[in-house]
Every structure is written in structure tokens, then in C-alpha cells.
Design a protein around this ligand. Structure first.
Ligand SMILES: [Zn+2]
Length: 242
């Protein structure tokens, strides 16, 4: 009897936590990885806003004339409202990475919903931002993420180019890795915080230093940087100032 109960629990856990990630991360179903349009490249940043790095990243993006998409942690947005407001003023797209940086496959349904609905509420009530996209933390979800009406309010997105920038890496190496993978409709993910578990301290310094050469690389290949919400054909960046 005990073995039977354990077997049922294991099967339920696999269905709840593993199958959704098999669909999203391995089979590339149920989530967007790249955008339409042969000339668009979407540059995205996860894990911020971070007072140590994000303002200088915004300086670099402004100097390079790039409008990016920030997948933010709602709790950090509440702690750093001035950075979110600057993103809005400078026309960046602001979307959801989660309420906190949790490992979603292990979250119970209520906490899973809060990752999207709670974060969405914070960004709407505090900043008047209507988010429509959700990139789960570590790109990992569970069955509730895929099935609940309260999480399906947001489209799931992962990425098509990831280059290990959470480890301290020379910006020249990051640039070469991106160049090797660059393609039409690419969704590039980088990180503007080193507080996430597994990140190297000061790793975002290389990300900030990368921006000028990344801008040149992408444009030399005939692509333009487009915020996600524009690349997906849904009009102006939601996070942009009115
Ligand atoms: Zn993250």
C-alpha cells in the first residue's frame, strides 16, 4: 500500500513538474522562442531591476539607441520604482519574470498563480503597466502555469539565444557566442542582476560592457532591435510613457 501511494505521488509530481517543462523547454511547444519578421531582434534582460547594474545598463542602451525588453521581478520593482519609471520614460518594454525568483516546478498552485497574477497586479497598480508576457524564472514552469486561466492571461516566452552571462565572462566572449547564434527573429536573453542563485558576483558588468559592440554586431547583420511587444505585432511598448 505504501509503495502504491509513493508511486502515485511520483507520477503526479512528474505530471505536475516535469511534463510541462518537457513541452516548453525540450519540445518547444506552448511558449514563444522567437518573433516574426526577418529583420527583428529582441534584446531581453531578466532578474532586475537591480540598483547596482540596471541604471548603468539603461545608460548603455540609451547611448546605443536600443529599446529592450525587461522581464522584471515584481518585488524588486517595488523596491526600485525609480528604475522602472526610467524604463517607461525611455520606451523599454516591461514584462513579468515572476513575483520573486522562485523555482516554479516546485511551487504549489497558489504560489504559481502569484508569480504571474501577483506580479501583474504590482506592475499595473504601482506603475500602470499592463503586462502581457511571462518568462518564468529559469524558464521553468509547472502544470498550473500552462493550464490556469490566471496564468494563461500572459503568453509564455523563453528565448532563442542564451550565452551563459550569469557566469563572469569577458564581454568579447559573450559577443562571439551571440554572433555564432544570431538569426532572424532572435530573442536574446541576458541578465541585469547577480543576486539570483547560481549567478557570479559582478557578472552583469560584462553585460553592460557588451552593449556597444552588440549594437554594432546586430545592425551590421541587417537587423534592428525591437521591443517584444512591437516585434510580436501588438503596437507600441506597453511600458512606454504615454
Ligand atoms: Zn531569472
Amino acid at each position: 500500500m505504501i509503495l502504491y501511494i509513493i508511486a502515485v505521488i511520483v507520477v503526479l509530481f512528474v505530471i505536475y513538474s516535469w511534463v510541462p517543462n518537457l513541452l516548453v523547454r525540450v519540445m518547444h511547444l506552448a511558449a514563444v522562442r522567437k518573433v516574426p519578421g526577418r529583420s527583428s531582434v529582441v534584446l531581453t534582460f531578466d532578474d532586475g531591476p537591480d540598483p547596482k547594474y540596471t541604471p548603468r545598463l539603461l545608460d548603455a542602451l540609451q547611448a546605443a539607441g536600443i529599446q529592450a525588453t525587461f522581464f522584471v521581478i515584481a518585488e524588486k520593482a517595488q523596491q526600485n520604482p525609480d528604475i522602472i519609471e526610467r524604463m517607461q520614460i525611455e520606451g523599454h518594454d516591461i514584462q513579468i519574470h515572476g513575483y520573486r525568483h522562485f523555482m516554479v516546478p516546485f511551487l504549489l498552485p497558489g504560489k504559481t498563480v502569484q508569480q504571474v497574477a501577483g506580479a501583474s497586479q504590482v506592475l499595473k497598480q504601482r506603475f500602470a503597466i499592463n503586462t502581457t508576457w511571462y518568462r518564468p524564472t529559469w524558464g521553468l514552469c509547472n502544470a498550473v502555469t500552462l493550464l490556469s486561466p490566471r496564468t494563461r492571461s500572459h503568453r509564455l516566452i523563453t528565448w532563442s539565444i542564451m550565452v551563459g552571462d550569469w557566469k563572469r565572462t569577458p564581454s568579447e566572449t559573450l559577443l562571439r557566442r551571440i554572433a555564432d547564434k544570431l538569426h532572424p527573429g532572435a530573442v536574446i536573453v541576458l541578465h541585469d542582476s547577480d543576486e539570483t542563485f547560481g549567478s557570479d558576483e559582478s557578472a552583469p558588468e560584462s553585460v553592460i560592457a557588451l552593449i556597444p559592440s552588440l549594437a554594432t554586431l546586430v545592425r551590421e547583420h541587417g537587423y534592428e532591435f525591437v521591443p517584444l511587444i512591437k516585434a510580436a505585432g501588438l503596437g507600441d511598448p506597453i511600458g512606454a510613457a504615454k
